[in-house]
Design a protein around this ligand. Structure first.
Ligand code: PLP
Length: 412
């Protein structure tokens, strides 16, 4: 029996809600451990989006007809659902984007345009996904500003003392990941934000790997900007959220321009729409937003605390099993970790291992996980990553261990 059963975590019911988990891959029952890349979708999400296309589909905001009004109300209600989910103060602080990458690019252009100049500094961390490095690097090139990096130790924890030293009167922004996708470290983002605020520096938090594993409260964190993707939290692809504090969103210029985000347009001058529409140029992914709200409802109904407890149990169980496998080395030993284990097998290329593991119907990810600097820091070319989600089980961990045994036999 799972430890988490005691917390009334009905894993059978949850697994039943995800149709894809019941398929076969290579004639074996499918095991999915690539959840940090994207998660699967419960019926609640699939059916809610299906209903939009079958019953209510119409472009939003500008229609006076019935279905346009219905869809507009569902879209705006999805915004309210997101607001509640991250406890933002206002609905209009929630901007729908296509995902985390789009949200960070929005910030790099809009915030960067308004606040960053020559010799200014942007601080990121050694644990970032490329999505929270490259947009800032390019901003720095455009503005002749400087990118600075908070280092990490061998456990994969950031050096907070070094970070404190790094901030100065040229620092314009700290952009840091809440949870590292490559090795699972949970960063002390509240502390990081507090330290930046002592210097009056705003903070953007990349929450792509955080919102699906536990409650996030942007007011409690005092995040100035917080971004995440729908598809990594059991919602649809192509939808994400950029949260910004009202005063920041009022100050910064729009990133993309066109229809919907305007107030008055003449050939001489254009004025912009109010928040949040100022940042939502063109037809938004309203079906995606409605699907995202369904995913949030599902997470909330299941209970984020229960999900976190279940995933912690899986992490501990997998770590224990992996520790017994000769030649298996885990990277990332932070005190606070989500259910991600990144590892290598001695003398076996991660890609070869991943290919063999796949033949057992088990999906893991291999490579740099879009975090090449993390791999460089550990002096490796890549890892095998098993990222576990609310629907995974100890039995699936056992199957992965068996498959690793076969990999070792084949290449040993
Ligand atoms: N940031 C982190 C920490 C991630 O893990 C990812 C994706 O893996 C991203 C950003 C980019 O997310 P997306 O591809 O959904 O824009």
């Amino acid at each position: 029996m799972l430890k988490t059963d005691k917390l009334e975590y009905n894993i059978e019911k949850i697994r039943g809600d995800f149709p894809i988990l019941h398929r076969q891959v290579h004639n074996k029952p499918f095991v999915y451990f690539d959840n940090a890349a994207t998660t699967h979708k419960p019926l609640e999400v699939i059916e809610r989006m299906d209903r939009v296309y079958r019953e209510t589909n119409s472009n939003i905001h500008r229609g006076v007809h019935y279905l346009s009004d219905v869809t507009t109300r569902e879209f705006e209600s999805a915004r309210e659902t997101v607001r509640g989910f991250i406890n933002a103060r206002n609905d209009h602080e929630i901007i729908f984007t296509s995902g985390t990458t789009a949200g960070i690019n929005l910030a790099a252009f809009s915030f960067g345009e308004r606040y960053v100049g020559e010799n200014d500094e942007i601080v990121v961390s050694a644990l970032e996904h490329h999505a929270n490095i490259v947009p800032w690097q390019m901003l720095c090139e455009r503005k002749r500003a400087k990118l600075r990096v908070i280092p990490m130790d061998d456990h994969g924890e950031l050096d907070i003392e070094e970070y404190k030293e790094m901030l100065n009167d040229r620092t314009r922004l700290v952009a840091v990941t809440h949870v590292a996708n490559s090795i699972g470290t949970v960063n002390p983002v509240k502390k990081i934000t507090g330290i930046a605020h002592e210097h009056g520096i705003p903070v953007l938090i990349d929450g792509a790997q955080a919102v699906q594993h536990g409650s996030v409260d942007v007011q409690d964190l005092d995040a100035d900007m917080y971004v995440f993707s729908g598809h990594k939290m059991y919602g649809p692809t192509g939808i994400g959220v950029f949260y910004g504090k009202e005063n920041i969103l009022e100050e910064i210029p729009p990133y993309q321009t066109g229809g919907e985000m305007v107030d008055q347009v003449t050939f001489e001058k254009t004025t912009f729409n109010q928040l949040p529409l100022k940042f939502e140029a063109g037809t938004p992914n309203y079906t995606g937003a409605i699907g995202l709200a369904a995913a949030i409802d599902y997470l909330v109904e299941t209970g984020l605390d229960k999900i976190a407890a279940h995933e912690k149990d899986l992490l501990d169980y997998a770590a224990g099993r992996f520790a017994q496998i000769d030649g298996l080395k885990v990277f990332g030993a932070a005190r606070e970790k989500i259910s991600v284990i990144s590892f290598v097998l001695e003398d076996i290329h991660p890609y070869d291992a991943g290919m063999v593991i796949d033949k057992f119907g088990i999906a893991v990810r291999t490579g740099t996980h879009c975090a090449q600097p993390v791999m460089d820091r550990f002096g490796i070319r890549g890892t095998i990553r098993a990222s576990m989600a609310m629907y995974n089980t100890r039995e699936e961990v056992d199957r992965l261990c068996e498959a690793i045994g076969k990999v070792k036999e084949m290449f040993g």
